[in-house]
Structures are given as structure tokens and as C-alpha cells.
Design a protein around this ligand. Structure first.
Ligand code: FAD
Length: 423
């Protein structure tokens, strides 16, 4: 056997390795992309090991949106009804309150699908659900607290990883290694693949607000109040409000210095109906900052290695599409790679096909997000309450029947529906 060469910033001693295990497909990262790919491959009879560095799936504010495309995929697996048994709420689209009246940039309620809404369930429940399904297949293995630190490379081909667990360093050999380890992907870094980034003009503070008696009715389950160069977002959850404050990029330190009181005041001014709710904010620790980024890798693969989900492309939060696009990557990867993995013949040409099928939909949604950011969000963030108006081109767009469902379709499904193929 050739001695593996290790690509790593922190090279471990060979003697530190406790054991060398084998699988067909090693997936790094138990987020939506990794968990779904693991389920689909295990279901197709492929040996798959999913490595997740945390001890559980519980992470605050990682996005809880299950879009129509994901619901249709779950339906194909016979899992759409069980997922609806998890406590949830439903959103069909936001209503943005401008100085010149309300504006609905998209409305999933008009789409032709069994699931014309975004199902809101905590991501932790979703990931537990998917991995529990995967665990029903004998070829699935999940290792929690397994932090991948190195790639094993033989003759220029990635042939596995080294991960640190609580008892030390392990090596896992695989025909294919998939980096599904999110926006700060260590696998991508070790493979020296550089994403091309753009900087959307905003950042978001996420937080929870309590539900009180006699709550206001929110059309479509989501609301955006606009004022003072900020957007106050509210998403209806079963037992609380998921709230966000969108502000111009670069203003976080200023907000932080002004403190919680200033945020509370700002929320109450933008949307007085939620002034009482905002009183529950007393400590900066109640906020989570989402530093908004949008990026895409020029290549998603190397011999023996594929990147999917946020590791390959980070989405702006417009439309909350990060999860469904990550899951669509997983479906396409499974469609194209299950058979070669089973026959032990995954070639780089197979990996090229995955990028080819997924790159165009990713570019299309990022182009739409960038349009919304430059035409709508940047305009709103640079205005005070009185001037914030919907650009006429956007109002016109949403009034033309042939055009008005385009944003909804892109957000719900992408430019084409992704379906699970069985062979
Ligand atoms: C604050 C916030 C709010 C968001 N809101 C939404 C939303 O409302 N809707 C939406 O669609 N998207 C949202 N997103 C984006 C969404 O979370 C991502 O697009 C989506 O989770 C991508 O899935 P993924 O599986 O590719 O990566 P991730 O979900 O990031 O999963 C990557 C996994 O890899 C693990 N990991 C990382 N490094 C290693 C390693 N070295 N070894 C082993 N495991 C590792 C991580 O622990 C993680 O579990 C939000 C993101 C943030 C940060």
C-alpha cells in the first residue's frame, strides 16, 4: 500500500492514529446536506459514514425552513406525513410594510404543489428525524463528536479523512469523501478550493420574541416592517416569534455599542404592535449575528472529493433557501453517484456532473437574491421610514401574471424541480 500523503495545516503523527476504518462514502458534516445525502445513499445500499463534530444537532438559529422542494422530496420517501407530525408552523410568504403600502415579494400559496408553504420546524428536530430514518438502513453509520482535521491523499486522489474524536485520532478510508461541512468548510480549506465571495449589503441580528395574548394577524406567516434604514422581520412559529433585524453591513459594532435598549426602541418604532414583545429583550446574549455572505466555489470537486451545500455555495438569507438548495445538492449527488459508489467506480467525471447539474440553479437563485438586494434591500437600508418605497419595477413585476410567480418558483424549487431517481 502507498504511504498516504496528508494535506493538512496540523499534521498529526502517524503513531497518534488509533485505527483505520473503511467505508464507501465518507460524509463530513451532519447538516441538512450531509444528513440527507447519507440517508439517500444508505437507502440505495451504499456503505456510508457521516461524521459530525458536535455531540448533537442542536444549534441556535441555523434556519428552520423546509421548503416545498424538500417537502416533495420527503413525499417521495414517504416521509412528508411524518414530518408534519413534528410541531410546526407554515409560511407562504412575507408581507413587507412600505411607506406606500404592503408589498408581497413572493407568495408560495399560488404555486401548484401539494405543499404550497414553508414548513417551519426546528432544524435540530429535522436533522434528528433524517438521521433516525437513515439509521434504519444497515449501511449507515453516524459518528458524533468526530471533527475532521485532515484529508488522506494517495497519488493525488483524496481517499479519506482523519478525524479527532474524544478518544483520539481516527482514519477513515473511503472511495469518495463529501465535504458537507458548511460555510466555514474545513474540507474545502484542506482541498485548497477558494470560494468566490460577494458581500450583500446587510447583516441580520436574529432573536426570539414571546407570543402574547391577542397576537396581531400576520398575512402569509411572515412580516417585514421597514424604517430608519432597518428591516424588522417576524416569522410566525408555533409558540414564539422568530425575529430578525436587518441592518446595513458594517454597522454591527455601532449597534452593539448602543446596546439592547436601542434595539428595543428601534423595533418599537418600526412596528409599535410589537413594542410589548420587545421588552423581553434585556441581554445582548439573546441576539445571534448572521454575517450575511454569498459565495460559490468555481470547482466543487477534486479526484475522490466533492463539496455540496454551504461548503460549495453560501446563500444570502433572501427567501431562506440555504437549506433547500443544500438538500437538492444531496439529492442530485445521490442520483448520480449511488450506482458508481456501489460498483466501486466513482470517477471525477461523475463529480463534474454533480456540479454541472447544480451550478446553474445556484447561479440563478444567487442572481435573483442579488437583484433583490440591490433593487430593494439596499434602497430600504439607505432610507428613513418616510422615503422607503417599493421600486415601481418590482410592483409591476408582481402584477404581471406570467412573471409574478417566478420569484416564488425559484425560492420553492429553483429553476427545475429536483426528484429522487431510483437507478
Ligand atoms: C444564523 C443563520 C440563520 C439561517 N437561517 C436560514 C433560514 O432561515 N433558512 C435557510 O434555508 N437557511 C438558513 N441559513 C443557512 C442554512 O443554515 C444553511 O444554508 C444550511 O444549513 C446549509 O446546510 P449544510 O448541510 O450545507 O451546512 P450546515 O448546516 O452548516 O452543516 C454543516 C455541518 O458540518 C459540521 N462540521 C463543520 N466542520 C466540521 C468538521 N471539520 N468535521 C465534522 N463536522 C463538521 C457542522 O457542525 C454542521 O453540523 C441560516 C444560517 C445562519 C448562520
Amino acid at each position: 500500500m502507498t504511504t498516504p500523503s496528508i494535506v493538512a495545516s496540523t499534521q498529526a503523527q502517524e503513531s497518534e492514529i488509533l485505527d483505520v476504518q473503511k467505508t464507501s462514502c465518507c460524509i463530513v458534516g451532519g447538516g441538512p446536506a450531509g444528513a440527507m445525502l447519507a440517508l439517500l445513499l444508505a437507502r440505495r445500499g451504499v456503505d456510508v459514514t457521516l461524521l459530525e463534530m458536535h455531540q448533537d444537532f442542536d444549534r441556535e438559529f441555523r434556519g428552520d425552513t423546509i421548503h416545498p422542494s424538500t417537502l416533495e422530496i420527503l413525499d417521495q420517501l414517504g416521509l412528508a406525513d411524518p414530518i408534519h407530525e413534528i410541531p410546526h408552523s407554515k409560511i407562504s410568504g412575507p408581507t413587507l410594510q412600505f411607506a406606500d403600502g404592503p408589498f408581497r415579494p413572493f407568495d408560495l400559496g399560488r404555486l401548484k404543489t401539494r405543499y404550497p408553504y414553508i414548513l417551519m420546524i426546528p432544524q435540530v428536530r429535522f436533522l434528528e428525524f433524517i438521521t433516525a430514518e437513515a439509521a434504519k438502513y444497515p449501511r449507515f453509520r453516524l459518528v458524533m463528536r468526530a471533527q475532521v482535521q485532515q484529508l488522506v491523499v494517495e497519488n493525488g486522489v483524496v481517499s479519506g479523512v482523519r478525524y479527532r474524536a474524544s478518544d483520539g485520532l481516527h482514519e477513515l478510508r473511503a472511495q469518495l469523501t463529501v465535504g458537507a461541512d458548511g460555510r466555514f468548510s474545513q474540507v474545502r480549506h484542506l482541498a485548497a478550493i477558494e470560494p468566490v465571495k460577494t458581500a450583500p449589503p446587510m447583516d441580520v441580528l436574529w432573536f426570539k420574541l414571546p407570543k402574547l395574548k391577542d397576537e396581531p394577524e400576520i398575512t402569509g406567516g411572515a412580516f417585514g416592517g421597514i424604517g430608519h434604514g432597518r428591516i424588522f422581520i417576524l416569522l410566525e412559529r408555533s409558540d414564539y416569534w422568530q425575529a430578525g433585524l436587518v441592518f446595513p453591513k458594517g454597522q454591527y459594532q455601532q449597534l452593539r455599542t448602543q446596546g439592547v435598549e436601542a434595539v428595543r426602541k428601534s423595533l418599537a418604532e418600526i412596528e409599535p404592535r410589537f413594542a410589548k414583545h420587545a421588552e423581553s429583550l434585556t441581554d445582548w446574549h439573546q441576539f445571534t449575528l448572521l454575517s450575511v455572505e454569498s459565495s460559490r466555489c468555481p470547482v466543487w470537486h477534486k479526484p475522490g472529493l466533492l463539496l455540496i451545500g454551504d461548503a460549495a455555495h453560501v446563500m444570502s438569507p433572501i427567501g431562506g433557501v440555504g437549506i433547500n438548495y443544500a438538500i437538492q445538492d444531496a439529492v442530485v449527488a445521490s442520483n448520480l453517484l449511488a450506482a458508481p459508489l456501489k460498483s466501486g467506480n466513482v470517477s471525477e467525471a461523475d463529480l463534474v456532473k454533480v456540479q454541472r447539474q447544480r451550478e446553474l440553479p445556484t447561479k440563478a437563485i444567487q442572481a435573483m437574491q442579488s437583484f433583490m438586494q440591490s433593487r430593494l434591500i439596499a434602497n430600504v437600508l439607505s432610507c428613513g421610514l418616510s422615503q422607503a418605497r417599493v421600486p415601481w419595477q418590482l410592483r409591476l413585476f408582481t402584477r404581471i401574471p406570467i412573471l409574478r410567480n417566478l420569484p416564488s418558483r425559484l425560492i420553492a424549487f429553483g429553476i427545475r424541480r429536483v426528484r429522487i431517481r431510483e437507478n
